[in-house]
Design a protein around this ligand. Structure first.
Ligand code: PEP
Ligand code: MN
Length: 382
C-alpha cells in the first residue's frame, strides 16, 4: 500500500480530530475556510526546502536547534515592534549556541486544553485563533481565523525584513481545518504547509489513527511531534513510520516532554527507535512535563527545567544519541512566571495568555547551561 498515493488534501477528514472547536454557524465556518484556501500561500516551496536542508543537518547530528517563544501568541502583540523584539531575542540566544533558531511565532495562536471549561463553567480560552482571553468572548468565532491568517502573513513579512541571522518559524498544527487550508501544491506531487516552516503535532493530538498525523504525513515540511509520558511502543513506532515511511533525514523530530520525574522513559523510547531502525531525532521540551501550581498560578521551576536538561543529555550520551534541539517557552520581556529557589511570582508581571514562560534572564541562564553541556559533549567526541 502506497501511503503517499492514498493521501489527499481531504483524506484526514476520515479520521477523528481531537481538540477542535465547535462553531455555532457551520456554514459561515466552511465559507471562511474556503476564503483561506484561495489566498496565496504565505511561504513558498523554496523557503520550506531551504529549511528542510537545514533540518537534514540536524538529523545527521551536525547542527543543534533552539526552538523558542510564547506558549500562546496573542493578536495584541502582532505588531512589527513586538516581532522585532522577539526575533532579536531568539537570534541572540541562538548565537550563544551557534544553533538553528526556530521561533514559536507568526502563527502560534491555538491551544489544546485538558478542560473545555473553567471551574465556573465558562468556556476555556483556546488561543486567539479560536476565542478571546476576555471571559465574555469565549464562543469560537470563525472571523478569528481570518485574523490568524493576516497576522501570520504580517509576521512572516516582518521576518523577511529582519536583518539578523536566518530565523525560522513554527507553531502547533492544531486547528486542522485552518491548518489544512494553508497546504499548497508544488509541482505535481509535493504538498507543503505554507503558513510555517515547522509545524508540530501536540502531545494530545498525535495519535496514529487520528486526523492530525494523517494530515501531516502528506506534507513536505519537517514535522515535530511532542511526546509525553502516555506514549507506548506501538504508538511511537507506528507514528514515526506513518510520518516518515522512507526513513529520511530531516523529516521527523520527537520533542520529548516527559518531565523531570518521568524522563527514564526516554531510555525505552530510544530502544524502540533502535529496535525498529527509525530515523528520528530528539529535542527536549523541559517545560511541559514540569508545570506546577503556586497560589493559583501555573508556574515552572528553573531547577526542574535544568535537572531535566541534564538528565536528557546524560541519557542520550549513554545511548549514543546526539541531542538535536531544545524547546523553551520564553519571552524577551521581564515577566514573573517561572521561579527559582524559593522565589514567588509577582502577579503584576504574570502576563502569559497560557503557560508560564521564562523571562530574558532565565532563558539566557538555561541557554548558557546548555552551551556548557554541548561543549563537554563535543570534547568527549573529539
Ligand atoms: C505547547 O507546546 O504549548 C503544548 C501544549 O505542548 P504539549 O502538546 O506538549 O502539551
Ligand atoms: Mn505551552
Amino acid at each position: 500500500m502506497n501511503q503517499e498515493k492514498e493521501w489527499n488534501l481531504d483524506s484526514w477528514k476520515k479520521y477523528p480530530a481531537l481538540q477542535q472547536p465547535l462553531y455555532q454557524d457551520l456554514h459561515f465556518y466552511q465559507e471562511t475556510l474556503q476564503k483561506l484556501r484561495k489566498l496565496p500561500g504565505i511561504l513558498n516551496f523554496e523557503e520550506i526546502n531551504k529549511f528542510k536542508n537545514e533540518m537534514i543537518k540536524v538529523s545527521q547530528g551536525d547542527k543543534f536547534v533552539l526552538q523558542l517563544g510564547d506558549c500562546a501568541e496573542v493578536y495584541n502583540e502582532c505588531t512589527e515592534e513586538h516581532w522585532k523584539e522577539k526575533f532579536s531575542f531568539y537570534d541572540s540566544m541562538g548565537q550563544i549556541l551557534n544553533a538553528i533558531v526556530i521561533g514559536r511565532t507568526c502563527g502560534q495562536f491555538a491551544k489544546p486544553r485538558t478542560q473545555l471549561h473553567e471551574k465556573d463553567g465558562t468556556l476555556n480560552y483556546r488561543g486567539d485563533l479560536i476565542n478571546s482571553l476576555s471571559r465574555d468572548e469565549r464562543d469560537p468565532d470563525p472571523l478569528r481565523l481570518l485574523l490568524g491568517a493576516h497576522y501570520s502573513k504580517k509576521g512572516i513579512d516582518t521576518l523577511r525584513k529582519y536583518e539578523g541571522k536566518q530565523l525560522w518559524v513554527s507553531h502547533e498544527c492544531l486547528h486542522i481545518g485552518y491548518e489544512s487550508a494553508f497546504a499548497r501544491q508544488h509541482e505535481e506531487d509535493h504538498y507543503y504547509l505554507s503558513n510555517t516552516h515547522f509545524p508540530w503535532i501536540g502531545d494530545r493530538t498525535r495519535l496514529c489513527e487520528h486526523a492530525h498525523s494523517n494530515f501531516a504525513k502528506g506534507i513536505y515540511n519537517p514535522i515535530g511531534i511532542k511526546i509525553g509520558s502516555s506514549i507506548n511502543k506501538n504508538e511511537f513506532v507506528n507514528l514515526i513510520k506513518l510520518l516518515n515511511p522512507k526513513n529520511e533525514d530531516g523529516r521527523v523530530f520527537a520533542i520529548i516532554r516527559l518531565g523531570k520525574n518521568k524522563l527514564d522513559k526516554l531510555k525505552d523510547i530510544i530502544n524502540w527507535k533502535h529496535e525498529e531502525k527509525l530515523n528520528v531525532s530528539f529535542f527536549l521540551d523541559p517545560m511541559h512535563g514540569n508545570s506546577l501550581e503556586q497560589n493559583g498560578y501555573k508556574i515552572r521551576r528553573i531547577e526542574d527545567i535544568m535537572f531535566e536538561i541534564q538528565q536528557f543529555f546524560n541519557i542520550l550520551e549513554q545511548s549514543n544519541e546526539k541531542p538535536a534541539g531544545l524547546h523553551l517557552e520564553c519571552t524577551p520581556y521581564d515577566v514573573s512566571e517561572c521561579v527559582e529557589n524559593d522565589e514567588e511570582i509577582d502577579p503584576k508581571k504574570y502576563t502569559t495568555a497560557c503557560d508560564a514562560r521564562l523571562n530574558f534572564r532565565q532563558t539566557r541562564k538555561i541557554v548558557i547551561f546548555v552551551n556548557t553541556l554541548l561543549k563537554k559533549l563535543k570534547k568527549k567526541q573529539q
